[in-house]
Design a protein around this ligand. Structure first.
Ligand SMILES: Nc1ncnc2c1ncn2[C@@H]1O[C@H](COP(=O)(O)OP(=O)(O)OP(=O)(O)O)[C@@H](O)[C@H]1O
Length: 267
């Protein structure tokens, strides 16, 4: 593999309780190459979102990342960033799309303003330049730039989710962390959005850390997959190998519990 963009090493995260601590992530290590889609799969509560939040440095107490952990982005440890570096790092290096991201748009602000707010905190940019960038980004997700003066409620759920993705891409991040990014949407819209993300990834070169409950989408969308069980990463490999020749019993059980794939690989 080429030098990794993201290297998660010995990541261990506890939720600190009054009486006991709960180990949500237990000594997890994996790499993501530039431009690669890496998926994290596993049952509810196995620690996937906790990892996603830690990589974006969005975790909050009671989550505590243990000292032995490292999260290297291009060799720099994300866990060592101070507040100023962190502000630069978010959006510009790593952007995050959540399941409810489409509801994270501010309902009382026009789309144009929401792009401007993100762009201006990271770049010296004029209103006119921001408008050009907004038009360019909206086009990338198949939304007419004429609509940048509209408010979020004037768009469908799928369109709002595409707008959030466009905002995430506006600062050219190297990595996008997607935690159930399309779960709230119907199946056809989900596929369309992932297809679009895939095309954009090829064009712009960002990598994706992808989390979903939908194992079918996972295999279709990811280059490599890591399987988590009770906070541990029990197996990782190419999507094809994990699907066709799983080694861990838990991975075999996962596939047994899910109907065979249809619809082909998203490429
Ligand atoms: N704020 C918190 N305080 C205490 N425990 C928490 C907290 N947030 C999560 N946990 C626990 O940490 C474990 C991992 O949760 P996490 O949300 O990372 O799992 P997940 O694999 O993303 O699950 P899901 O697929 O349901 O989103 C779970 O057992 C959860 O109950």
């Amino acid at each position: 593999m080429t030098a990794p963009l993201l290297s998660v090493k010995n990541l261990t995260i506890d939720y600190i309780g009054e009486t006991n601590d709960f180990r949500a992530v237990d000594n997890v290590s994996f790499d993501v190459a530039p431009g690669e889609v890496f998926g994290l799969a596993g049952e509810s509560g196995c620690g996937k979102s906790t990892i996603a939040f830690a990589i974006s440095r969005l975790h909050k107490p009671p989550a505590l990342i243990r000292k032995e952990s490292a999260i290297l982005l291009d060799g720099r440890d994300v866990l060592d960033l101070d507040q100023k570096d962190l502000a630069d790092f978010r959006w510009r290096e790593v952007a995050m799309v959540f399941q409810s991201a489409m509801n994270s748009l501010n309902p009382v602000l026009r789309i144009e303003q929401q792009f401007y707010d993100v762009l201006k905190t990271h770049k010296r940019i004029t209103r006119a330049q921001a408008r050009d960038r907004t038009a360019e980004m909206l086009k990338l997700v198949d939304i007419s730039p004429d609509r940048m003066r509209d408010y979020p409620h004037q768009f469908s759920g799928g369109m709002r989710q595409r707008i959030v993705i466009a905002i995430c891409l506006a600062l050219d991040p190297r990595l996008i962390v997607m935690d159930e990014p399309t779960t709230a949407l119907d199946v056809v819209v989900q596929r369309e959005i992932l297809q679009r993300i895939n095309e954009l990834r090829r064009k712009l070169g960002f990598a994706v850390l992808f989390i979903t409950h939908d194992l079918g989408l996972m295999v279709q969308f990811c280059d490599r997959i890591g399987i988590m069980l009770g906070g541990k990463l029990v197996e990782q490999g190419t999507a094809d190998a994990i699907y066709r020749t799983p080694e861990h019993d838990y991975t075999k059980k996962l596939w047994a519990s899910f109907p065979s794939l249809h619809g082909g690989v998203l490429r």
